[in-house]
Design a protein around this ligand. Structure first.
Ligand code: F0G
Length: 433
């Protein structure tokens, strides 16, 4: 397979070289996209990927680098900064399917990545490229997961990390990870959109590599969620892939992955993408209703802080994903997100609030008849349950009156009698213990 790699501006089509470190097009400021040459009808890729699955160590053990022909084919083992990452499970759970009114809903759990979110898949590639191009420092703006991932991979690469996060709006698990992994953490008085504007300006002024998902190498890594999912389904593509959407990097990455998987002959049919936003932060869903006639921004507000974003950066490329896959964009309320999360958690799977938007979205699209009960659907859970312990404590422990699925803890004296009394009370109330 011949390997050619360049970065092309999505707006004016100018190309820059593989090792150019400009964060955006030097002519028009448009976002750059990685162009992989020589992937059309690449025979033998399925077999190559399958063989590598047996690896216990090295880059083949990574669920990102195992697909390297379609990720960053020019990187060598010596360049690659890998944990490893990926290799996340594809689960089917009766209770989740039933709640979403599906015969079988599959969930791809990206919370099983090393720092607990799908961000590690993009970060291993962007950090590898930062190392290959001699970065002296790396930075990102984040609602928390990207910063946790950046901090961990920067520590591994030995590159100083700087993160910009919205003060008071980052879930505890994510902020504590970022501090623990050693990133210089700036709590910015503003929302995520303000953080990203500042991170872009500061990294340009100070010569720091920006590793947000406007960085095209991030998207190359995130494509592997789709490759791994398709491989887990024996390359028999589902009807739908459903994912939560905030800054729209993942929506863009999924479209590119499907385009390339189809071009390479890995799949014969392209699934439809459903991108799900939180109602209080849903400019993309609003624009979809108007056939994307205008690019919108909103003042974002939602309990799903990971996707509390009002001015998504990867807008145009996400529009392309929705158009090319005949996809849809929907939005779900905070109440729907919390209920979906309680169902996913109580099934023993667990996820953070933003992730539950995908399953809440499936339920809504079933109710409106867009998705059919026996469609083959895979929903992506983007982050781990422990990312946001605060919201779990509020839901189960503090909210009055208790939400319908609240699991209240009971304080007792240290006696067997006290235990028996609680069990009796619960039996009397008709609750199974
Ligand atoms: N789910 C989780 C758990 C996230 O952390 C994010 C984004 C998304 C979904 C949305 O993905 O932005 O590609 O549309 N988190 C970013 C961050 C913004 O900084 O960690 P997207």
């Amino acid at each position: 397979m011949s390997v050619l790699l360049s970065q092309r501006c999505e707006r004016c089509r100018r190309t820059v070289g593989e090792f150019d470190t400009t964060p955006v097009c030097p002519d028009c400021g448009g976002l750059l996209e990685i162009e992989l040459g020589g992937i059309a009808n690449a025979p033998g890729l399925r077999a190559t990927f399958a063989e590598r699955r047996a690896a216990r160590a090295g880059i083949d053990a990574s669920g990102v680098w195992r697909y390297r022909e379609l990720v960053l084919p020019t990187a060598t083992s010596a360049d690659i900064v890998t944990h490893p990452e990926g290799n996340t499970p594809l689960l089917a759970r009766e209770r989740i399917s039933a709640w979403a009114d599906m015969s079988e809903l599959l969930v791809k759990h990206e919370g099983h990545n090393p720092t607990g979110s799908f961000k590690d898949r993009g970060m291993t590639v962007a950090m590898t490229q930062a190392k290959r191009t001699g970065a002296r420092a790396v930075a990102c703006a984040s609602t928390g997961n990207t910063s946790a991932s950046l901090a961990a991979y920067a520590a591994q690469a030995g590159i100083p990390a700087l993160v910009f996060v919205p003060a008071g709006q980052v879930a505890l698990g994510k902020l504590t990870q970022t501090l623990a992994y050693g990133a210089l953490t700036l709590l910015v008085r503003g929302n995520f959109d303000a953080c990203l504007t500042l991170a872009r300006a500061a990294s340009a002024a100070l010569g720091i590599h920006l590793l947000n998902s406007i960085n095209p190498f991030r998207l190359e890594g995130q494509k592997s969620i789709v490759f791994e999912l398709l491989e887990q389904m024996d390359w028999n593509a589902p009807d739908w892939i459903v994912l939560p959407a905030g800054n729209l990097g993942n929506t863009a990455a999924f479209g590119k992955a499907l385009r390339e998987a189809h071009l390479a002959g890995l799949i014969s049919r392209v699934p439809r993408i459903a991108a799900i936003q939180a109602s209080g932060a849903a400019p993309f869903a609003a624009a979809f209703r108007d056939q994307f006639a205008t690019q919108l921004t909103v003042e974002p507000e939602t309990i799903a802080t990971a996707i509390r974003i009002g001015a998504p950066a990867s807008w145009d490329r996400a529009v392309r994903t929705i158009r090319e896959t005949h996809g849809v964009v929907a939005c779900v309320s905070d109440e729907e997100i919390l209920e979906a999360k309680a169902v996913i958690d109580a099934a023993g799977v667990g996820c953070e609030p933003a992730s539950a938007a995908s399953v809440a979205g499936v339920r809504q699209l079933r109710a409106t008849g867009v998705i059919h009960a026996d469609d083959r659907v895979a929903a992506v859970l983007t982050g781990h349950l422990l990312k946001d312990p605060g919201i779990i404590a509020r839901y189960h422990h503090e909210t009055e009156p208790p939400p319908s699925r609240a699991n209240r803890p009971v304080e007792i004296d240290p006696t067997v009698d006290a235990v028996a009394r609680v069990l009796d009370q619960r039996r009397a109330a008709g609750v199974q213990s």
